[in-house]
Structures are given as structure tokens and as C-alpha cells.
Design a protein around this ligand. Structure first.
Ligand code: NOJ
Length: 536
């Protein structure tokens, strides 16, 4: 028996706090709401929750514009509510991971308020201020990924400041030792409060080129931002010593964790930033971006496996608060067959799986009419790109008004999906064949099986449209995962020694029992996810 490490062997569940559970009836989720749902999360079997930002914020980017790093947004509650949530989570063996948004602050943060007040304010150098070029032109060609100019003129001081996201999110200058000290103190503050880990928002954008050199441009890409090679505004070498410093801080507490959201990441790039003296994990979104094809999924898995060094640990993500839900991307209508395949695929990989609230019941994206759009990006690119409101709708707890998220009669900040009457936690808990039960069984199976958690990944077969089969293996356990991506009956043919192995069925999305395999033939039902274990 090896001892388990929560962030390595466990499953992490992302909560978008505005949308999880509203305890005070103001239409917005809150910390007390999350606390009240901890038993639910324990029942599902998750080991940790990651909370999207809960700090004071003007909410231009719904919390990803922080105006105070060491307090709680009044909409979510108080520091006491947070302490209660942490204590109650820990009592149930659930760890708490906070989102740290430190590439930028809100323009309402006192540092920026000071910084913009005059050229010689002591906080001036906390941000990127530069003189415009002649003709009031920006100091360099950097742009905002949100499709705005990167540099904003400030008439009061005659200079411009840089922002990678909204103009209300000025980028901070991590080369300034005072910024670095203040930010590390923020980590200390939360570590002392008992927080178990951090998710670092776009961390690889913290450092910019010291001389603010122009990015080279290319002809390829639809938007101007994509037509730049981002070699001077992200991924600077100074990031590595900072990650080492952060890691030593985390390691001075027991079992603390950090996972980084690698901005503009490929698997190879994300891999560079994790290791024993860097981050514990980084996100690489190739799985999330994969189309519905065994070949595409296996490529994403293999690229990630190849990119990571031997002493690093993968992360797996199918959903988050920035992307259309996998249920919308893969699920046909209200059917959940494909979602069970995707769940089985993700939860049988070597690495840490991240679930996003509502994924376990197959929540679909909501459609929000123009007048009611909350995410500013959704308004800007309407109707071409839908924005991010779709995946942020209230959690569907039951069939009562407002899906059990807010009390009846309350106007919720985003509307619940109209399907909540039939698609909700209560209904799926009552149905043994539901997606929710399937997730729960997978999580439990993973907890019991060292091969599923950390065994070697050995691909057996894959094609473009139909089948994906692989083994997960340790020295004393072999698991076989067979996934039929199609609506047709398919066969997986086991050759060589595998053909004569005895297998027992541990889980199937389609049947209760399986007759013994003959001649190494695994017959799969349409859209079946099947997990077998070798019997010795
Ligand atoms: C990445 C976050 O996931 C996204 O929601 C946010 O808008 C940007 N970073 C800016 O903080």
C-alpha cells in the first residue's frame, strides 16, 4: 500500500462560486452555499475544490480583476465564512485550492489607484507605464488578447499603461522587487489560513521583456493578436527563478500545491514549467480542445505524456469557466452516452483530473440573449463567438424553481438552463444509470486502483472514428480500457498474450455483466465505455 497524495492521486473539482449555490437569495452563489454542498462533493468523491476568485472585485471579468488579494467579496461572504468553508471541507478530507490572479490587478486596486495618480508615486513602477511614441502611438506593438489595444493612454500623467486582458486589468510589473514581495506575502496570508493550494491564472505572462521589445508579426491568424509571435510579452526566463521561490515557500508547509494556467500553451510549453522545483502541475488544454475522435484524443494524451519529464505529473481537463462545456461540444441533444466515454477517458489517465461543476450531470451551455449577456467578451464578439456565459450557468440541483440554486422568485445572475427540470443532481442520484452515478463509480474505481492512477499508459488500438483501447499497468495490476466512440457495435481484438488473459469487468456504461472473452475479442456496444481488470 502506497500512501496517497491528495493532489496527485485525487480528483480536483472546480467551482465557479457565482454559480454553485446561493445561500442568501441574492441570485449569486456564495461561500456559505458551497459549505452547504460539501456533503454532496464528498459523496461524489472529489479530493479537492478549486474556487474561481472569491476576492473583492468590480467584476469587470467576474473576479479575475482583483481589487484586494486578502479579503472576500461581500457577495460571497466574509473571511469567517471562508474559514468555516475551509474547516468544514477539511473535516471531510476535501482540500481547498484558491485562484491567484497575479498577472494583473483590477484598476480599482489601491496599488493602481496610487500608481496612476502621478509619475513619481511610489507605486508607479508596480505597473507598466511608458511614454507614447510621437503621434500618441503606443510604446510597442503589444496587444490585449481580449481584442483591445494593449496600451491605454492616461491623460492625467501623459503616459500609457499596458494590459493583456481588459483595460480595467492593468498588468503588474513583476520585475519590481516590491511587487514580488507583496505577491509572495499574499500566498503566505492564505497558506497561514489553511489553504492547500493555488491555481495561478496566466502565470507565464507575469514577466515581459525588460526593454518591451516589439513582438515579431506573421501573416497567419485571424485576429491581430494571433498574427504576433508572443516572444516578448510572455514566457520570459525570469519566470523560472520565481517559480522556484514560490515552490520553496509552498514546500515550507506540508502537502501544499500549485497548478498553473499556461497562457497560449502547447503541451511542450506547459511541461517546461512543472517539476520538483517548479509548479506541481500546469494546464495544457489539448484534451479540452480535441474533436470527437479516438485518434485526436490519443494524440492529445501522447503529446502531453511525451512532453512531460519523468518526474512531472500531468493534469487533465475537459471543462472550465472559459470554454463551451464538453456536454455541449460532444453530447447529442440530451443524450449522455458520449459524455460517459469522455469521463471514462479522462478519469483513467495518469495524472490529476480536474472536473468543472455540473460536468458530472452533463450540464449544457445556456443560450443568453444579447441584452442579458454578462461576459463582456460575449457582447464584443456577438453573434460570432458566444462568450463565456454559456458554461457559467447556475448549478442544477433539483427541479424546483431556479434549479434549487437560488430560492424561487429570485432573479439569478444568469438564468438556469431550461432543461433543469429533468437534468439535475436529484434526478440523477435517483437513477442508477445516470451520468452522475457513472462519474461517481469512476472516481471510486480510480481511488482503488493504483494502475488507473499511476500505471503506465499503453495504447492498444485507435482509429479515426470508432475505437480507443489502452492498458494501464503497474507491476501487479493491469487494467484494460475500451471505448467505443461510435453508435455502432465494434470489436476490439486483443492479440498475443493479452488474448489468453482472464478479465473481469469492473465498469461498463452499458451493461451489468460481461460473459468471458473468447479468443481475445472484446465486443463493444454502441458508445460503450468498458473497464476490465486482469484476473491472476
Ligand atoms: C484566464 C481566466 O481563466 C479567464 O477567465 C480570465 O478572463 C483571464 N485569465 C484573465 O484573468
Amino acid at each position: 500500500m502506497t500512501s496517497k497524495l491528495w493532489w496527485k492521486d485525487g480528483v480536483i473539482y472546480q467551482i465557479y462560486p457565482r454559480s454553485f449555490a446561493d445561500s442568501n437569495g441574492d441570485g449569486v452563489g456564495d461561500l456559505a452555499g458551497i459549505t452547504a454542498k460539501l456533503d454532496y462533493l464528498a459523496e461524489l468523491g472529489v479530493d479537492a475544490i478549486w474556487l474561481s476568485p472569491i476576492y473583492p472585485s468590480p467584476n469587470v471579468d467576474f473576479g479575475y480583476d482583483v481589487s484586494d488579494y486578502v479579503d472576500i467579496h461581500t457577495q460571497f461572504g466574509t473571511l469567517e465564512d471562508f474559514d468555516r468553508l475551509t474547516a468544514e471541507a477539511h473535516r471531510r478530507g476535501i482540500r481547498v485550492v484558491l485562484d491567484m490572479v497575479m498577472n494583473h490587478t483590477s484598476d480599482q486596486h489601491p496599488w493602481f489607484q496610487q500608481s496612476r495618480s502621478s509619475r513619481d508615486n511610489p507605486y508607479r513602477d508596480y505597473y507598466f507605464w511608458r511614454d507614447p511614441k510621437p503621434g500618441n502611438k503606443p510604446p510597442n506593438n503589444w496587444l490585449s488578447v481580449f481584442g483591445e489595444e494593449g496600451w491605454v493612454p492616461d491623460p492625467a500623467t501623459g503616459q500609457m499603461y499596458f494590459h493583456m486582458f481588459y483595460r480595467e486589468q492593468p498588468d503588474v510589473n513583476w520585475r519590481n522587487p516590491a511587487v514580488r514581495r507583496e505577491m509572495l506575502d499574499v500566498f503566505r496570508f492564505w497558506l497561514e489560513r489553511g489553504v492547500d493550494g493555488f491555481r495561478l491564472d496566466v502565470f507565464n505572462s507575469f514577466f515581459k521583456d525588460a526593454d518591451l521589445k516589439d513582438n515579431p508579426t506573421t501573416l497567419f491568424g485571424i485576429r491581430a493578436f494571433e498574427r504576433q509571435r508572443h516572444i516578448h510579452d510572455i514566457d520570459q526566463p525570469e519566470m523560472m527563478p520565481l517559480l522556484q521561490e514560490l515552490r520553496s515557500l509552498l514546500d515550507s508547509y506540508p502537502e501544499r500545491y500549485a497548478v498553473g494556467e499556461t497562457f497560449l500553451a502547447s503541451a511542450e510549453k506547459a511541461a517546461q514549467y512543472c517539476g520538483p522545483d517548479k509548479l506541481h502541475g500546469t494546464f495544457n488544454f489539448e484534451l479540452l480542445q480535441s474533436r470527437w475522435s479516438p485518434r485526436a484524443f490519443i494524440r492529445a494524451i501522447q503529446r502531453w505524456e511525451q512532453a512531460l519529464a519523468a518526474d512531472t505529473w500531468p493534469t487533465w481537463v475537459l471543462n472550465n469557466h472559459d470554454n463551451r462545456r464538453s456536454a455541449t461540444r460532444y453530447g447529442g441533444g440530451e443524450k449522455d452516452d458520449r459524455l460517459k466515454i469522455a469521463a471514462a477517458l479522462m478519469l483513467t489517465q495518469r495524472g490529476t483530473p480536474f472536473l468543472y461543476y455540473g460536468e458530472e450531470i452533463g450540464m449544457r451551455d445556456i443560450h443568453v440573449p444579447y441584452r442579458e449577456i454578462q461576459d463582456r467578451l460575449g457582447k464584443k464578439y456577438w453573434p460570432i463567438v458566444p462568450g463565456r456565459d454559456g458554461c457559467r450557468a447556475p448549478m442544477q440541483w433539483d427541479a424546483s424553481p431556479n434549479a434549487g440554486f437560488s430560492p424561487a422568485g429570485v432573479q439569478t445572475w444568469l438564468p438556469p438552463h431550461p432543461n433543469y427540470g429533468m437534468r439535475n443532481v436529484e434526478a440523477q442520484r435517483a437513477d442508477p444509470n445516470s451520468l452522475w452515478h457513472f462519474y461517481r463509480k469512476l472516481i471510486a474505481l480510480r481511488r482503488e486502483s493504483a494502475a488507473l492512477r499511476e500505471g503506465m499508459f499503453i495504447p492498444l488500438t485507435f482509429d479515426t472514428y470508432f475505437i480507443l483501447g489502452y492498458l494501464r499497468q503497474t507491476s501487479d495490476e493491469t487494467m484494460l480500457v475500451a471505448l467505443n466512440f461510435s453508435g455502432r457495435r465494434k470489436r476490439l481484438v486483443l492479440g498475443g498474450k493479452l488474448a489468453s488473459v482472464n478479465w473481469e469487468m469492473l465498469l461498463s456504461s452499458k451493461r451489468e455483466q460481461m460473459s468471458p472473452l473468447r479468443g481475445g475479442l472484446v465486443a463493444l456496444e454502441p458508445y460503450e465505455a468498458l473497464i476490465l481488470r486482469q484476473v491472476h
